[in-house]
Design a protein around this ligand. Structure first.
Ligand code: CA
Length: 228
């Protein structure tokens, strides 16, 4: 499982410990030492998960978590709070603002990696390596294969990521901006019609099997995959 993880931590020793272990687990790591720089990084490209220290210089991690939950763009972004405070009431507050999990320092790297994996599996299935099925389609992230019935479907890397994201989030409409955020990781420098181009290619690749009907255009809103 390879996710992009934004680590917001001001203590450099802990920051590098986390970085080394997450990279070893196959993740991409982006580092920030305060909320200000974390916010800039999130604005430029959505990470798959944020590992957020509670006590930071300037704005606290807990206030940042609250902000992320209020913003439509980051509302669903998985957040794991990191803290030296082990008190039960802090844990409750952390989960109250919408953090998905909570890790108390000191933690073992193995525990950290396991918790991240669990949160990603729950909230960002598109970055896990679990095979997904929908309608007559089966997508396997490990072998990077897509089957329509028994037939192999050849897809480019972007179409594969796009299909993987849609299949792990069925029956929901995503706007072009949201798809750019989620699939391209960038909504600023890529034009929205890029999404249409890749949807068209994806449909063309699925056409022979008739599975292109799974991908629906929702006029004025965006795209949705649905077997219903
Ligand atoms: Ca700190």
């Amino acid at each position: 499982m390879a996710a992009t993880i934004l680590v917001v931590e001001d203590e450099t020793a802990i920051q590098s410990l986390i970085e080394i272990n997450l990279r070893r687990a196959g993740h991409e790591v982006v580092l920030a030492a305060d909320v200000e720089s974390a916010r800039r990084l999130v604005a430029a490209a959505l990470p798959d998960l944020i590992l957020l220290d509670w006590m930071l210089p300037g704005m606290s991690g807990i206030d940042f978590a609250r902000q992320l939950r209020r913003d439509a763009r980051t509302k669903m972004l998985p957040v794991i709070m990191l803290t030296a405070r082990a008190e039960e009431r802090d844990k409750v507050e952390g989960l109250d603002v919408g953090a998905d999990d909570y890790i108390t320092k000191p933690f073992s790297p193995r525990e950290l990696v396991a918790r991240i994996k669990a949160v990603l599996r729950r909230h960002a299935p598109q970055v896990t390596e679990d095979a997904v099925e929908l309608g007559g389609l089966k997508l396997d992230p490990v072998s990077h294969r897509v089957l329509a019935g028994e037939e192999d479907v050849a897809l480019g890397p972007t179409e594969f990521r796009l299909l993987h994201f849609l299949m792990t989030h069925p029956d929901r409409v995503y706007s072009r901006t949201q798809l750019l955020d989620q699939v391209w990781g960038d909504h600023v420098f890529v034009e929205e019609r890029t999404v249409d181009v890749h949807i068209r290619r994806l449909r063309a690749a699925l056409e022979a099997s008739g599975q292109d009907a799974l991908i629906q255009t929702v006029r004025g809103s965006g795209y949705r995959i649905s077997a219903g």
